[in-house]
Design a protein around this ligand. Structure first.
Ligand SMILES: [Zn+2]
Length: 414
């Protein structure tokens, strides 16, 4: 039994902070939380003094690509270095990501189930993982690996990352089942191009038909998987929402059709804008990508502001991997700059994020019954959301009650 004592608690539900809090942990789960005087604990509880720190739920990034290490074709296709080196690199990213206070990651394609198995066995450490495995799209869509000059991907087939191109209802059903077989916890699909997709398949170009999308959502839900859908704008965005996907990833042009956000609010569809990746696309990507990134930027901001007004839950995701790793908390700063309050930005990476994953009973809030995934940080993120990007200020990281990172000693030394 552990007792976290003395911190200011921000519990991930949006409730006001509680100063001088006590959080009791029994067998890896939170059994009591609140002001010190409202919590009782046995005399033999191990007391962890967090005076002067802010205690939060472990952070969640709902759109990451932990196994991606660059946007260039050689990196994307795994031609740059031996696969073993890539896997080691990915394992290092997992460890570093956990050390930045991110205790759960939804990987939006590219990470195979082997990493989860290795973690369960204790071979490597990292955040809890929810895996999409691969991106399902039709021929010519986001999941179709063809180079700009028309060449097929030349990488050896990896059964843990099954082919993800599907045309027609039957193929869609087959590929969804294949993803589930390969360990997908969530089904990722794409109904539009993106900023970084090839010329000719842009953010408003549709992929899939209504019947294919309905089949995809129905099959995924039948298998107990939620659907996260890459959709930026145009008819593919509407089609995804109407088909009943559970989250819209990117959603840059939601502002162009007022009905869309109203529908998302009604259906409970989450919005994962992934602002971080578009900063990269605007500033550092290939010329056609930079142009797309700059064009969509004002729409993206308007979409977020309208989503707030419509009551759509906004969830933090960085789309990291192609650009950088271990910058997950940058998204919270961008969300605040886009109009969220600091408290809403924290919810987007805690309580709302857990809801988006369907794991709100276990994760995202400091409430009795939840897993003790917690972080203690130096400073008040409601005053300065950017402090979460400074790894030295992430003083303590607990996952299921186990101490993964403890930088409190350094705090005393310096
Ligand atoms: Zn992505």
């Amino acid at each position: 039994m552990q007792l976290l004592l003395g911190a200011t608690l921000i519990d991930g539900t949006g409730a006001a902070p509680v100063s001088d809090a006590a959080v009791l942990i029994t067998d890896g789960r939170i059994t009591a939380a609140g002001p010190r005087q409202a919590v009782s604990w046995p005399a033999d509880a191990e007391v962890i003094d967090l005076s002067g720190l802010t205690l939060l739920p472990g952070l969640i990034d709902c759109h990451d690509h932990l196994a991606a290490h660059g946007y260039g074709l050689p990196q994307r296709w795994g031609l740059q270095e031996p696969h073993s080196t890539v896997h080691m690199r990915t394992a290092a990213v997992l460890q570093q990501t956990l050390a930045t206070g991110y205790t759960t990651i939804r990987d939006a394609a590219g990470l195979d189930v082997g990493f989860k198995l290795a973690m369960a066995e204790g071979l490597i450490v990292g955040p809890r993982l929810m895996l999409a495995v691969n991106i399902i799209s039709p021929t010519g869509g986001l999941g179709d690996r063809v180079s700009p000059s028309g060449h097929d991907c030349c990488v050896v087939f990896d059964p843990m990352l099954p082919p993800s191109v599907a045309n027609g209802i039957h193929e869609v059903q087959h590929v969804v089942r294949a993803m589930a077989r390969a360990g997908a916890d969530v089904i990722k699909c794409a109904t539009t191009g993106g900023a970084s997709s090839r010329p000719g398949h842009g953010p408003k170009d549709i992929a899939f038909t209504k019947d294919e999308m309905r089949a995809l959502v129905e099959e995924s839900h039948a298998l107990g998987r939620r659907v996260m859908c890459h959709a930026l704008g145009g008819p593919g965005l509407r089609m995804a929402i109407e088909a009943g996907v559970d989250s819209i990833e990117h959603g840059c042009y939601l502002d162009e059709d007022p009905e869309l956000l109203a529908m998302m609010a009604e259906y409970g569809t989450f919005f994962v804008p992934t602002l971080t990746v578009y900063v990269f696309h605007r500033e550092r990507s290939a010329p056609h990508v930079r142009e797309r990134g700059r064009e969509l930027y004002p729409h993206h901001l308007a979409s977020i502001q309208q989503a707030l007004e419509a009551g759509v839950k906004i969830v933090a995701g960085t789309d990291a991997g192609g650009h950088e790793h271990n910058i997950n908390a940058r998204e919270l700063q961008y969300l605040v700059e886009a109009g969220l309050t600091p408290m809403q930005a924290l919810q987007s990476a805690t309580g709302w994020a857990a809801e988006c994953l369907g794991l709100e009973r276990d994760l995202g809030t400091v409430t009795p019954g939840s897993l003790a995934d917690l972080i203690a940080v130096d400073g008040d993120p409601l005053q300065d959301i950017a402090l979460l990007q400074d790894v030295q200020r992430i003083k303590l990281v607990l996952q299921g009650g186990a101490v993964c990172v403890d930088r409190r000693v350094e705090q005393l030394v310096h």
